[in-house]
Design a protein around this ligand. Structure first.
Ligand code: SF4
Length: 404
């Protein structure tokens, strides 16, 4: 008799909130926190005095605090942050670049990470225990990272062991966009972390050491990478963490080379082949460049694909007059367009839809943590517990060895 059970499917709040800021008028102007809360979002509570501050008052407060705190604080801003946050950043980059920046900021007592939770965790793992990594809004998670729960991964690992007899030849790889506990599992079990710029090297590394890859949490990055390194699509299968045995038969689990965790990015899966066709119809000379978190069909239809930094560098160094249809987060695309007025740069998605979790870093939260520092308070400090930190560091260091 089989025990029929289906784990409860919980759609991350961040995924539900994604549509709250999608709009057609294209206006991403920062409003007071009180006004932004009226969209029905569930963000971290802040002292009431921050709710009504105007963007101008917030800006003055941030400039004053930064001046008072000086070089003891380093402010890191992810490319998907709003302009009103990026303007205060000492360094901007994608998650990989910023994690290296955090590791290099040895003299900073305070590292303020304007990004999402897994990035601040990574920064904490890569910095020394006497440095403080702060995330301005603790609700700034990542819906994709939330799709890989550590307990579900442990269940998956047990199930793989029961089917395969051992997990010794299964190499777990996790995308940077995952909780520290997921990274720790990879470190402890002979695996590693990767980013969208080095996932191909991580796959090659893994297949030199094992027969099978378990890739978390983004099925699309995993599939696109697998295809890029020569693994046929039917040699990969999706592991659904809400079903027993991932929804796969024993034969399938044994047969495939890559098991792809059923996770996705709610921002990058909005892009479609129809949008690419429409862009090419408008201008046959348009270059289409997309992020590998997009679906395989979109990546296959694009002219090129790559990490956030790759997109940024490719478009920024392209000849004047060139046209670029981009499949990545809107805040970055708009900034790229503003900084390169000699090129035609546009987002493939006509609906303006920022990453809702990145968007949670409203400048008022930034002011709150800066004023905390001035009072000697570490508001929203991210601290990964020691054993998780140790094992996650192993997985991160392997990535740095493999990818440089
Ligand atoms: S863009 Fe996607 S993967 Fe990146 S933080 Fe937002 S939800 Fe997560």
């Amino acid at each position: 008799m089989t025990t029929a059970f289906t784990k409860q499917t919980i759609i991350p709040i961040t995924e539900l909130e994604q549509s709250a800021f999608c709009q057609t008028d294209g206006n991403l102007r920062t409003k007071t926190l009180e006004e932004e809360f009226s969209a029905g979002v569930r963000w971290q509570k802040v002292p009431t005095r921050y709710l009504k501050l105007t963007p101008e008052e917030i800006s003055e407060g941030i400039a004053f605090a930064r001046n008072e705190i000086g070089e003891k604080a380093v402010l890191l801003g992810h490319h998907y942050q709003r302009d009103d946050v990026i303007e205060y950043a000492d360094f901007t980059g994608d998650s990989y670049k910023l994690s290296k920046m955090a590791a290099a900021a040895k003299d900073a007592k305070w590292i303020i990470f304007c990004g999402v939770h897994f990035m601040a965790e990574t920064a904490d793992i890569l910095t020394s225990p006497d440095q403080n990594v702060l995330l301005p809004n603790m609700a700034a998670g990542c819906s994709m990272a939330d799709m890989a729960k550590p307990t579900d991964l442990l269940d998956c690992w047990d199930e793989l062991e029961s089917v395969l007899g051992t997990t010794e030849r299964v190499i777990p790889i996790t995308y940077m966009n995952s909780a520290a506990a997921i990274k720790a599992h990879c470190g402890k079990n002979g695996g590693l972390v990767c980013t969208s710029s080095n996932a191909d090297k991580a796959f090659d590394w893994a297949l030199e050491r094992g027969d099978k890859i378990l890739f978390l949490p983004d099925q699309h990055l995993g599939r696109n990478t697998g295809i890029a390194v020569g693994i046929p699509a039917d040699d990969m299968a999706v592991w659904n963490p809400h079903l027993p045995m991932g929804g796969l038969s024993e034969a399938e689990i044994k047969r495939v080379t890559v098991l792809l965790w059923q996770g996705h990015c709610s921002v990058h899966t909005r892009f479609t082949v129809a949008q690419i066709d429409a862009a090419r119809e408008r201008n046959r000379e348009t270059n289409i460049i997309v992020h590998p978190e997009c679906t395989q069909e979109v990546v296959a239809a694009a002219d090129m694909f790559g990490s956030t930094e790759f997109i940024l560098q490719t478009v920024a160094t392209a000849p004047a007059g060139s046209s670029w249809g981009i499949g990545t987060e809107i805040s970055m695309v708009r900034r790229l367009a503003a900084n390169n007025p000699d090129k035609d740069i546009f987002c493939l998605d006509p609906v303006v839809c920022p990453c809702s979790t990145m968007y949670r870093i409203h400048p008022a939260y930034l002011l709150w943590v800066l004023e905390g520092i001035m009072s000697g308070l570490a508001i929203n400090r991210i601290e990964v517990e020691p054993e998780t930190r140790r094992n996650a560091l192993i997985a991160l260091e392997r990535m740095l060895e493999v990818a440089g």
